[in-house]
Design a binder for this molecule. Structure first.
Ligand code: HEC
Ligand code: HEC
Ligand code: HEC
Ligand code: HEC
Ligand code: HEC
Ligand code: HEC
Length: 421
């Protein structure tokens, strides 16, 4: 009759493994997203990450891809010296002007783009940035990072540096938890069946009877201090992780798809009914802004079509009260950068879908592209200038005639002043 006393330690240890695994899932995650990896070269990686994201990420990746400037992977080995790096980062033009060979070589290689100066960064700050770059570039060699960069979506390196490996790790741990949980349930059922069966029997020894009486019920177990503590810790870690994730995503609005005041559908109008984009976005080929249609344009059709529908009634109310419909803006480039639609749609001959995705399939408009500086620059590097039927380019073309196709970068598409005043 020792079966029961054998079973108890077994399922107790199961519960312990279960809780320990639960604890393991969250720290494993949290650690990766804060990049609390051991500091390489003595700098503070976390501080370096903040500095890098605030000052450098708009132009540099931690891997070896080019954003605006070169990828910084292996920079400490590549650069002439640590001292050179301090000087360069604080004032690169001074280093170039001094005639430094390496500085002039990279300056020419990157189309004579002027790197911003950072006179306020101390040597310590720069050490921290370099430490972060080193630790992140080793972690960055995952497929996730490469993919994110290939899409030109190089925003904050933090996003991708957690990468696929953690995702798989989490998935494996969670499935282990689920399996263990099921095993635990089955074991509990066996135990309770056995105890019920044994209680019926009268011929039990004193020792066995005792074990039977003091068997731990699930209720009691859940109330024990250890379990309460563990549940508490898991809850705190979980909340912490959610908070951390949302902080990391501030400023990246890719995927943003707000609910609009009227259930207007591009899928229906631009997709099924094939209404031309410029019928509503009237200035998209002529002006800087594409413009959002006023209710009058909708009324060209809706004074007869579906004019009983509650959604269409909202159009009528807006016109009666002479109040514009408060569409929620989806895409937004900051004021300090200049973007012009006509330049891209009319002069450049680009389709809307290049930047906005398949709008004609969207029930609700969603921001598909990151709209970061790296995204603009990346396209300017890759895209040929549309020279067809454009007299303005004839002279330029003559100069470029036999050379490779003329990219937007060639005509000045990487110059700071074209996008920033
Ligand atoms: C506005 C864009 C821009 C910003 C912001 C920027 N850089 Fe640069 N950086 C460049 C460009 C472009 C180059 C290539 C050299 C050139 O054209 O001047 C470069 C070159 C470098 C190099 C030399 C790379 C090599 O391959 O030798 C280092 C190091 C560097 N930057 C570090 C930084 C750090 C650290 C920060 C943030 C504190 C930063 N940069 C911010 C544009 C930028
Ligand atoms: C019948 C009128 C109509 C047509 C046709 C139309 N749109 Fe729109 N579009 C709207 C309205 C109204 C909004 C604002 C509400 C919304 O975001 O859904 C809008 C919003 C947008 C936005 C988001 C604007 C922002 O806030 O950032 C984009 C991008 C856009 N349209 C692109 C297109 C493209 C591309 C086409 C053609 C394939 C097209 N539209 C055809 C009426 C139209
Ligand atoms: C060129 C004609 C045309 C224009 C312009 C137009 N619509 Fe429509 N709209 C239609 C058609 C056709 C339907 C589908 C009616 C049906 O399902 O029978 C429709 C359906 C709708 C519906 C769904 C109504 C329902 O209850 O099913 C809404 C909402 C709507 N339109 C809003 C707008 C808004 C807002 C604008 C202006 C930005 C606009 N439409 C401009 C032709 C138009
Ligand atoms: C080269 C990329 C690119 C192309 C091509 C493009 N857009 Fe845009 N679009 C943008 C950007 C960037 C913004 C945000 C502009 C801003 O905030 O000033 C935007 C904003 C908009 C808006 C919001 C209102 C506004 O003007 O800011 C509408 C509507 C829109 N686009 C429609 C269109 C339509 C329709 C086409 C095709 C005829 C088109 N876009 C082609 C990049 C593009
Ligand atoms: C899908 C590719 C693409 C994207 C994304 C893109 N552009 Fe362009 N851009 C072009 C093309 C093509 C031209 C050349 C038009 C022409 O033929 O003059 C151009 C030209 C320009 C010019 C004029 C350059 C010159 O030398 O005359 C400016 C300024 C500009 N783009 C700003 C931006 C900004 C700001 C963004 C990001 C918000 C952006 N572009 C995103 C393709 C793109
Ligand atoms: C093709 C257009 C384009 C060119 C060329 C360009 N920028 Fe930008 N830049 C942008 C856009 C768009 C943003 C806003 C990006 C965002 O909101 O993430 C931006 C943002 C910035 C920022 C703010 C970065 C941040 O993360 O807050 C700085 C600083 C900057 N640019 C400097 C430069 C310098 C210096 C150059 C020349 C080497 C340059 N830019 C060339 C389009 C451009």
């Amino acid at each position: 009759m020792q079966i029961i006393s054998c079973l108890r330690p077994i399922w107790r240890s199961f519960i312990m493994i279960f809780l320990l695994l639960g604890l393991a899932v969250f720290p494993a995650n949290a650690q990766d997203s804060t990049a609390a990896a051991p500091a390489a070269g003595g700098g503070d990686v976390a501080a370096g990450q903040t500095l890098f994201n605030n000052n450098c990420a708009s132009c540099h990746a931690v891997g070896d891809e080019v954003v605006v400037g070169p990828g910084l992977k292996g920079i400490t080995q590549r650069a002439p010296s640590k001292d050179w790096l301090y000087k360069w980062i604080r004032n690169s033009s001074a280093v170039i002007a001094s005639g430094d060979a390496y500085a002039n070589q990279i300056f020419n290689k990157y189309n004579k783009l002027q790197m911003q100066s950072f006179p306020d960064l101390t040597n310590g700050d720069i050490d921290n940035i370099l430490a972060y770059v080193e630790s992140a570039s080793t972690a960055a060699a995952t497929p996730a990072q490469a993919q994110a960069d290939a899409q030109g979506g190089q925003t904050a390196s933090t996003e991708a540096s957690g990468g696929l490996s953690t995702q798989y790790f989490t998935i494996i741990l969670v499935s282990l938890l689920v399996v263990l949980f099921l095993v635990l349930l089955v074991l509990l059922m066996i135990v309770s069946l056995l105890t019920r069966f044994l209680k019926e029997r009268k011929d039990l020894s004193e020792a066995d009877r005792e074990v039977l009486e003091q068997r731990t019920s699930i209720g009691k177990l859940l109330q024990s201090g250890v379990v309460k503590g563990a549940v508490g810790i898991i809850a705190v870690l979980l909340l912490g992780k959610i908070g951390l994730d949302s902080v990391m995503n501030i400023g990246v609005s890719q995927g943003y798809a707000p609910k609009q005041p009227i259930a207007y559908s591009h899928k229906l109008h631009a997709g099924e009914y094939k209404i031309n984009c410029a019928y509503c976005h009237t200035s998209v080929y002529k002006g800087k802004n594409a413009s959002i249609p006023a209710a009058n344009i909708c009324m060209n059709c809706h004074n007869v079509i579906k004019n009983g529908s509650p959604e269409i009634k909202k159009l009528y109310t807006a016109i009666e009260k002479n109040q514009p419909i408060e569409w929620v803006r989806v895409h937004n480039v900051p004021d300090y950068a200049y973007f012009n639609h006509a330049q891209h749609t009319n002069v450049g001959g680009l389709a809307c879908q290049n930047c906005h995705g398949e709008i004609e399939k969207m029930e609700v408009v969603q921001q598909v592209s990151p709209l970061t500086m790296g995204w603009c620059i990346d396209c300017h590097r890759k895209t040929d200038v549309n020279t067809k039927g454009n007299a303005y380019y004839d002279k330029l073309l003559a100069v470029h005639a036999s050379k490779e196709p003329m990219k937007v970068a060639t005509i000045g598409g990487l110059e700071c002043s074209k996008c920033h005043y």
